[in-house]
Structure formats: C-alpha cells, structure tokens
Design a protein around this ligand. Structure first.
Ligand code: NAP
Length: 257
C-alpha cells in the first residue's frame, strides 16, 4: 500500500511539530517528497533537516493558512520545487481555550480563521496542482472534539473542527469531477510535544479514559493519513476515520468493563 506514495509531492501544513511533523516523517519515510510548512520558517527548517538526515526528501516553507495570499505563494513555491503537488495534508490548527463567558469575537474568529478557513485556503491554493496531478488526495486533520464529543472551554475549537467536515463533504462532490479525493482523520488524544509538558500523572489520567489505555502517537495519525493518501484508497472520498484508541465508544465509565 505504502509504495504508492513513493515519489509523490506532499504538502503538509502545520508540520514543524506535533501531528504534522509525524505525518511529514511517515510520508517521507515512504519515499514522498515532503513540503514542511509552518509560519515560523526556522522550526520548519529544523524538521525538514531531521527528515533529510534520515535519508529522505523534505524541504521547508513558510506559510500561514489564515492568509489566502500566503497559501497561494506557498503552493506555487512547492509546485516549483517538486514539479507539482499530489497530496495536501491540511493539518495546521490552533486550540486556545476560552470559556463561554470570556470568549470574544476575536477569540472565535482567530480559531475559525485558522482551523476552518485555513483548510479552505490551503485547499484552494493547491487545487490547480492537484487537478494537474491526475492523482489528487486531500487529507484533513479534524478531531473527535466538535464532530463527536465536546470539551468545556473549547466550543470555538469544536465548531471549527466540525466545520472542516462540512466543508469536506461538499468539496468531495466538487473534487470528484477531477478524480481528487478528500477525507478526514479525527484524532483523539495524541501525545505531542505540547502534551508532554503536562506531567506523567496527568497523562496517565488521560490514558485511563481510553479503552486501549494509552494516548495516541503522531505516527498513529500519520499512518491513517498515509492510507487515505494511497492509490489503494482511491475509491474513498468524503469520509472520516476516527483514530482515538476507542475513546468515543463507551457510553459511560462502567461500559469500559
Ligand atoms: P501543534 O503541536 O501545536 O502544532 C501545530 C503546527 O501548526 C505547528 O507546526 C505550527 O507552527 C503550525 N501552525 C499553527 N498555526 C498555523 C498557521 N496559521 N499557518 C500554518 N501553520 C500553522 O498541534 P497538534 O497538536 O499537532 O495539532 C495538529 C492538528 O491536529 C490540529 O489541526 C489539531 O486541531 C489536530 N488535533 C490534535 C490533537 C492532539 O491531541 N494533539 C487531537 C485532535 C486533533 P507555527 O506556529 O510555526 O505556524
């Protein structure tokens, strides 16, 4: 399965760290040419250098998904460097917390502009190249939070993650005319650099609410994205894949058995 990604040009937004970095590494390990994208070029450069040190292909680019012009320039630069764009992993996202009482319009807009509108801008910018590729795969990183579950303090985030799925389903119909597929992975609690700082006790408590009794790894998400980007997944579009260790399954604590 993985061989079909060999040589493909893959653009991963938000890939200087966390899940995006995991996606970039796993795709590169399977022979893809990977564009590592983040707002801070230095961090993207560090990730791309790590990938190249492992003997794989990666190049860093600066890009801000909340800016249409930034995404257009980015897609042009990536296509020039790699001879096109075959796969877009629309992964960049932010998750500041705010209670309903304190959430300002700007708080709401910032999260929606990055997570939902940013997915649109990245897709629009890559679209001309995905059409040319005659392969075209888009994989969105959504979340269980919003589409399936809720989290006090993250109502704007949950709305943005659900918005990505609404966008995806209609986009699937438009993109099908060009043989481009678009799907979403929905991660549960994933152990990223950000979570590592919370301490072992907190992380163990989080893991205890997951049937598989561990947090997810960035590779768990990357392998799901890799499947959706493969040639073999070419008849799957407009779909979601929950990768959460069973976290969304139990009705209540007793149901965990
Ligand atoms: P993270 O570790 O905070 O990394 C976020 C990445 O996105 C960084 O590379 C960051 O670099 C980049 N980024 C942020 N804003 C950006 C923008 N406007 N334009 C371009 N790049 C931007 O995040 P993560 O935890 O890996 O999350 C990645 C995605 O997975 C998000 O969409 C998130 O909603 C989703 N997710 C995460 C979890 C989890 O448990 N971690 C669970 C469910 C869903 P710069 O700051 O340099 O731009």
């Amino acid at each position: 399965m993985a061989n079909s990604i060999n040589g493909k040009a893959v653009l991963v937004t938000g890939s200087s760290k966390g899940i995006g970095k995991g996606i970039a590494r796993v795709f590169a390990s399977q022979g893809a040419q990977v564009a590592v994208v983040a707002r801070h070029l230095e961090a993207a450069e560090a990730c791309a250098a790590e990938i190249r040190d492992a003997g794989w292909i990666a190049k860093a680019f600066a890009g801000d998904v909340s800016s249409r012009s930034s995404m257009t320039e980015l897609a042009e630069a990536v296509a020039k460097a790699f001879g096109g764009i075959d796969v877009l992993c629309a992964n960049a996202g932010i998750f500041p917390s705010a209670s309903l009482e304190e959430m300002s319009g700007d708080d709401w807009d910032q999260v929606l502009c990055t997570n939902a509108r940013g997915t649109l801008f990245a897709l629009q910018a890559c679209l001309p190249y995905l059409k040319q590729a005659e392969y075209g795969r888009v994989i969105i990183t959504s979340s269980i939070t919003g589409p399936v579950t809720g989290y006090a303090g993250w109502s704007h985030y949950g709305a943005s993650k659900a918005a990505q799925l609404g966008l995806m389903r209609s986009a699937a119909l438009e993109l099908a005319h060009h043989q481009i597929t678009i799907n979403a992975v929905m991660p549960g609690n994933i152990l990223t650099e950000g979570l590592q700082g919370l301490g072992d006790e907190y992380l163990q408590k989080m893991a205890s609410s997951i049937p598989l009794k561990r947090l997810g790894s960035v590779e768990d998400i990357a392998h799901a994205a890799l499947f959706l980007a493969s040639k073999e997944a070419g008849f799957i579009t407009g779909q979601t894949l929950i990768v959460d260790g069973g976290q969304t399954i139990p009705e209540n604590i007793d149901a965990m058995g």
